[in-house]
Design a protein around this ligand. Sequence first.
Ligand code: 5RP
Length: 288
Amino acid sequence: MADLDDIRDGDNFGLNTPADTSAFYLKGMRNASWGIKNRMSRIFNKDSGRTVMLAFDHGFLMGPTSGLERIDLNIAPLAEEADCLMGCRGMIRSSIPAENSKPICLRTDTGTTILTEMNHNVLISEEDAIRLNVSCMAAMLSVGDADTEATTIANFSRLVDIGQKYDIPVMGVTAVGKDMARDSRYFGLASRVCAENGASIVKTYYTEGFENVVAACPVPIVIAGGKKLPELDALDLCYKAINCGASGVDMGRNVFQSAKPLAMMKAVKGVVHDGLTPAEGFQMFNDL
Ligand code: 5RP
């Protein structure tokens, strides 16, 4: 029992400083729980409100694709520069040191490598996500694809239920339906469907008219980089997305397939967090 003989009355109640009731700094999160907000604030930088996530979840589908042959050699050394690491559980356990202090966004739906069936993936158990101490769980939502939409929405809803139960944000990864045009109409639909189904973050692709995609999505959007581009073009993609209101990137191939992945990470961060133009970012890339 605590000592009772020297109880001091409080006298520092800050009576002239009202409690902070301002909204949380991230879009759409005002009414989220403390746990969701806390995890979101591990992922999104509090000064810029943005994030540079490093995606290396490709292997479950593509195998040891270029740049991901050895996660321990190619990805782990980049972790210090990333705001968040996005990968699958096997690679995180085997190849990312447990001392890692960067938040993890766990790709929770993996499965067949057969491209046409990629979206019939299965969700891992919530126990395993918790064991990995994840800050976010990601799953794909295949909107507009008659064969896979229902399965992925069911998967996704289950994941959001799990996320709500344990206060873990869920990131919806928009897949491109095989008959859908890769335009702002499609990505606007897919992003909105993710948000409507409870995503706290949406990952999609930059396209012309992206400002409408961002405006109609009530939670932060991050963009995938897509296939490898020349570095200046990839930085231009980041810049345009940020200018349209994106909250960052979840980029893979344009970082780990670069001739200088660490320099590319730093240049992307310059554009996303520090307002560098693509040319300034490219200069930084070249100088490093
Ligand atoms: C699927 C994905 C990928 O798994 C990956 O994370 C994409 O990263 P990038 O396109 O930047 O290589 O999101 O849509």
